[in-house]
Ligand binder design. Structure first.
Ligand code: ZN
Length: 432
């Protein structure tokens, strides 16, 4: 067991029991604990604020929730397991028959021992999630059951996010996003929130080429609010990673960003191939996490995800069985290494930008047009020296890297790098 794995385990233990949701004090507490690892800034977006097609909801807080039988025995207790309560449940304190209560109870069809995780963010309601034995016990109770949900909604509250900007030599940013809105669920997504902090901590120690924008946000509404509040900066971003479900015992995998051929996908694949680890490839899909917001029409960021037991795929997903017996520091560290490998690859990208993007440059004016046929290098893969020069000028738009141009043309990367140096010395392109 490495030092980092042990340390991650201790953070998992501390953070797991906290009641988190899309808003509320548990999210602040979570971010404050993560501040021990990295100097992330906690920001508050006020409830009621319009963010594109959405409105930041009232802040929800819950203190207690339970179901008691007629003799006062607590049969279901939120204090023992916070996913017993449907997230965003409205307050209630009343007596119900089982028949009346039934429509507010949820259990898992397939796994008798699992308590399922439910939310009701945008439909005011209340509910309890139980395992099948608890459901049976409630159904067999004589008389009425006492229901108590001690919660409230604060219209003057806020939605809490964490943000950390790590500057590199270039102002071009990579977005790294994770979500903090799930209560006691380990792989989805306490693993992601913690691993992201460790990733940021590592990058803080490095000299970086690119700048990195890290965000810890509630899923969906948090990402939407973040885009709305930071629209200009987010629009400039080309690529990023959504960190989710990174701590299971199963296979590593990656979900491609919306443009299959984007460099973020090939860098992840190369990282996996070099690591020798098996991995599953999930093509881009409209379902998933906050890539749905960041890749939407207004932003179109290529967001990929590296995961270990991806959401939807493992049977414990969104149940009480997604706990700390399923997730641990060693597994998270394994995924962290892949993320760091991807960062190394991102950092290794050599990218140039033409100083004359409007139409072709006049090669002869810059002494770049071969004067005599004899100056041509023999064709490489069918490209003459002039061909390569023109392709390099064509692709150097500040986004495509030397390696990617080499891959496209099917030639050695050092040939492209040499050509870029020549063009740089002539002052027609600059390294980004
Ligand atoms: Zn989830």
């Amino acid at each position: 067991m490495t030092e980092i794995a042990t340390e991650i385990d201790s953070y998992l233990q501390r953070l797991f029991p906290i009641m988190r949701s899309i808003t509320g004090p548990g999210n602040r507490e979570t971010l404050r604990i993560l501040q021990e690892l990295v100097p992330l800034e906690i920001q508050e977006y006020l409830s009621g604020k319009e963010v594109y097609d959405w409105i930041i909801p009232d802040e929800w807080q819950v203190r207690d929730a339970w179901i008691k039988d007629k003799d006062g025995n607590k049969l279901i207790d939120f204090q023992k397991c916070n996913i017993h309560l449907v997230s965003y449940s409205e307050p209630v304190h009343d007596w119900f028959t089982f028949d009346e209560l039934k429509e507010h109870l949820h259990f898992h069809d397939e796994f008798p021992e699992a308590i399922p995780y439910y939310t009701s963010y945008y439909n005011r309601d209340w509910g309890f999630c139980v395992n099948q034995a608890q459901y049976r016990q409630l159904s067999e109770c004589e008389g009425r059951l006492e229901i108590m949900v001690d919660s409230d909604f604060d219209p003057y509250g806020s939605l809490t996010i964490g943000e950390l900007l790590i500057p590199g030599r270039s102002e071009q940013e990579i977005l790294i996003s994770t979500y903090i809105c799930h209560p006691s669920l380990a792989n989805d997504n306490l693993s992601g929130a913690v691993m992201t902090a460790y990733l940021a901590r590592e990058l803080l120690e490095r000299e970086l080429q690119w700048s990195y924008r890290f965000v810890w946000i509630p899923e969906t509404i948090g990402a939407i609010a973040y885009c709305a509040m930071n629209e200009k900066a987010v629009r400039e971003i080309d690529a990023g990673l959504v960190v989710t479900t990174v701590g299971g015992p199963g296979t590593l995998g990656y979900k491609q960003s919306w443009q299959k051929d984007h460099y973020i996908n090939s860098l992840i694949e190369k990282t996996f191939c070099e690591s020798g680890k098996e991995f599953v490839t999930y093509p881009f899909d409209i379902h998933g996490s906050d890539e749905r917001q960041f890749s939407s029409q207004g932003f179109r960021i290529n967001m990929a995800t590296v995961c270990k037991d991806r959401y939807y795929e493992y049977p414990q997903y969104h149940t009480s069985l997604d706990d700390l017996s399923f997730v641990n520091g060693r597994q998270i560290e394994e995924t962290l290494e892949i993320y760091l490998g991807v960062i190394d690859k991102l950092e290794g990208r050599r990218v140039y930008r033409s100083k004359v993007p409007n139409c072709e440059i006049m090669l002869s004016q810059h002494d770049l047009y071969p004067k005599r046929g004899g100056l041509f290098r023999p064709a490489v893969n069918g490209y003459t020296e002039l061909d390569l020069r023109m392709w390099v000028l064509f692709y150097n738009d500040g986004k495509v890297s030397v390696d990617e141009i080499a891959d496209i043309l099917g030639v050695e990367a050092n040939l492209i790098e040499d050509e870029c140096r020549t063009l740089e010395n002539k002052g027609v392109i600059v390294r980004v």
